[in-house]
Each structure stands twice: as structure tokens, then as C-alpha cells.
Design a binder for this molecule. Structure first.
Ligand code: UDP
Ligand code: MG
Length: 316
């Protein structure tokens, strides 16, 4: 059984060697045949040079470098497309996804599961950090309508047919956590404690995180549109009832309740919000119809199989 390890890297020059050492140590004696695919996601530091160096020193290391920073999702997609393994693992380059955990995950996959997902326990995480995350997972579960346990991230091992299933989904806007859950198949979960980052900082700014969150909620299905429809109907009914009550009071005792201003502001805000949701979908449809590739490749390391890439993504 051949294992591919897909590792998206953005500005990880200081951590790559340590990551490689930890990975080799974790796999030694357990997995014989494997390849590590480092996907340099348009790093501005010397990550690509590090990747070239590691690939030259260890023939199991391969790399692909993207023409600019496209984001973690496209980088993972690129890695999955180039992976040749019967089993494919996805993990971060910063050692926050401990490679030792693969020793527990791989036997589960071999015992018949198609996906083994590492879920981080939120022990040690501060309340103000974990609370929104938990709430988000709950919302994502409800909106996406798929199984998305709290703490399940991108750290996972997939069987070949699960990888092929994910790659067969053609959408441009990708929310992998949701797509992995959407394809189904037997899935096992393994808990782990998130380690602090070993070097560098998180690449997620607050804005990027919010963007990713909105992507996740709206890229999956049209449920938010449905919810805005329900909410709109509810508010319209409430407003109708309120006006009817004010009118009845005016007729009975001649009082004039001030309703106009408050109602207008409330309804206006709500309408803007719904227009936003609508616009989000329209924009998404617009982007999807362009059918641009999710990323462009600048450099393919030696030995990297190119046959899974679409022609537009390859350097001539
Ligand atoms: N990453 C990437 N492209 C990006 C952002 C991140 O390839 O645009 C990689 C990054 O190098 C790391 C992984 O994705 O290997 C997770 O990123 P990070 O550690 O910043 O995320 P966090 O752990 O804070 O969620
Ligand atoms: Mg990290």
C-alpha cells in the first residue's frame, strides 16, 4: 500500500526541515512506501528553496509550487490531484497536526474505513476562542446538512476511492471539510490535542477566517436562501400584525402609535441582509460559470506525476 502525504505550505521555511524529520520518524518502521507532496502556496519566503532542498535529499519528497498564494483549499486540491497513493493523508506543515497520530489513523483505514478524521479536542483552548468555533461547527452542520463533528479539520487520511470521490466534485469554491463529509463512506474519528505552532504564525487573519466561514456556510447548498425567505416571511407577518393592531387602536380610541420609523429601519436592515445573501449566491454562480482553474502551477518538482492535473494548470 502506497501512502501519499499532502502538505500545503505557505511561508514555512523555518519549519519544513523539522516537519520532515518528525514525519520520517513517525512513519519509520510503520510505512515503507510513501511520498510527501509539499504544495508551496505562493510563499514569499524561502519555502520553495527548502522544498527543492528536501526533495533533492530525500527522493520520497516531491513538491509543486503554485504561481501565487491561492489559499489552503486550492493548495490541498492541487496536492490531492498529484497524489498517487492508495491512501492519502492531509496534514499541515506546522506540526499542529502531529504526524505520530498517523500511527493510529492508518490501521483504522486499513481495517476498512474510507476516511479517518482527526478531531482536535478543545482542551486548553480559551473559552473566547472555542465558543465561536463550536457555534460555527453547529451552524455548519445545520446549514450543510452533513456530519461535521466539532474539531474535525483537514487532518485526515483517505482511501483512494474517497480521494477520487472528492476530486470528482467539480465546484470551484471548495469547502473541503464539508465536501469530505458530503462524499460519505465509512468514517472513523480520532481525537487529538492541538499542539501550538512550532514556528512562524498562523496564516489566518480574522478577515480570512470570517470569509472562509461564510464560504463554508454558503458554498454548500441554498439553505441560507431558504432561511432568509422564512425569516423575511416571519418579519413581514409580524409587521403586518403590528400595523393591524395600530390601525385597530386608532379606530377604537383615536390613538396614534408611532410605528413607521422603527418598522422601516428594521425592514430595511433585514432586506439589505437578504440582498447580501442573494448577492453571495449570485457572485458564486458568476465565479463558477467562468470555470477558471482553482490554481496555476509555477513549478513541478522532479518525479511529480502530472497526469491528474488539467492542462490549464500546468506550466508549458
Ligand atoms: N496554508 C496554505 N495556504 C494559505 C494558508 C495556509 O498553504 O493560504 C497552509 C499553512 O502553511 C499550514 C496550513 O495551511 O501548513 C495551516 O495553516 P495555519 O497553520 O496558518 O492555520 P491554523 O493552524 O492557524 O488554522
Ligand atoms: Mg496551524
Amino acid at each position: 500500500m502506497y501512502l501519499s502525504l499532502v502538505v500545503p505550505c505557505l511561508n514555512e521555511e523555518h519549519g519544513l526541515q523539522r516537519f520532515h524529520d518528525a514525519l520520517v520518524a513517525a512513519l519509520s518502521g510503520r510505512v515503507r512506501d510513501y511520498e510527501v507532496i509539499l504544495v508551496d502556496d505562493g510563499s514569499t519566503d524561502r519555502t520553495l528553496r527548502e522544498a527543492r532542498r528536501l526533495a533533492a535529499a530525500d527522493p520520497r519528497v516531491r513538491y509543486v509550487s503554485l504561481s501565487r498564494n491561492f489559499g489552503k483549499e486550492p493548495a490541498m486540491l492541487c496536492g490531492l490531484r498529484h497524489a498517487l497513493g492508495d491512501r492519502v493523508a492531509l496534514l499541515d506543515a506546522d506540526l499542529q497536526h502531529p504526524p505520530e497520530l498517523l500511527r493510529r489513523m492508518l490501521p483504522l483505514l486499513d481495517s476498512g474505513y474510507d476516511q479517518v478524521v482527526a478531531c482536535r479536542t478543545r482542551s486548553g483552548e480559551r473559552g473566547w476562542r472555542s465558543l465561536p468555533a463550536r457555534a460555527y461547527y453547529r451552524a455548519a452542520r445545520r446549514f450543510a446538512g452533513v456530519r461535521l463533528p466539532d474539531g474535525a479539520g483537514d487532518f485526515r487520511v483517505l482511501s483512494r476511492r474517497a480521494v477520487d470521490a472528492v476530486l470528482s466534485l467539480p465546484e470551484h469554491h471548495r469547502f473541503s471539510k464539508g465536501l469530505f463529509a458530503w462524499i460519505g463512506f465509512d468514517t472513523a474519528y480520532v481525537a487529538f490535542r492541538d499542539a501550538p505552532r512550532r514556528s512562524g504564525g498562523s496564516k489566518w487573519t480574522f478577515g480570512a477566517l470570517v470569509d472562509h466561514g461564510i464560504d463554508g456556510l454558503t458554498s454548500f447548498n441554498a439553505k441560507p436562501l431558504r432561511i432568509s425567505l422564512y425569516l423575511g416571511a416571519l418579519v413581514a407577518c409580524a409587521a403586518g400584525a403590528w400595523i393591524a393592531r395600530a390601525a385597530a387602536k386608532a379606530i377604537v380610541d383615536g390613538s396614534r402609535a408611532p410605528v413607521g420609523g422603527t418598522l422601516l429601519i428594521g425592514m430595511g436592515g433585514l432586506q439589505l441582509c437578504f440582498l447580501g445573501v442573494l448577492g453571495e449566491y449570485l457572485g458564486r454562480t458568476y465565479v463558477e460559470t467562468k470555470r477558471r482553474p482553482q490554481y496555476l502551477v509555477k513549478e513541478l518538482g522532479p518525479d511529480v506525476s502530472a497526469h491528474r492535473s488539467r492542462p490549464a494548470e500546468l506550466v508549458p
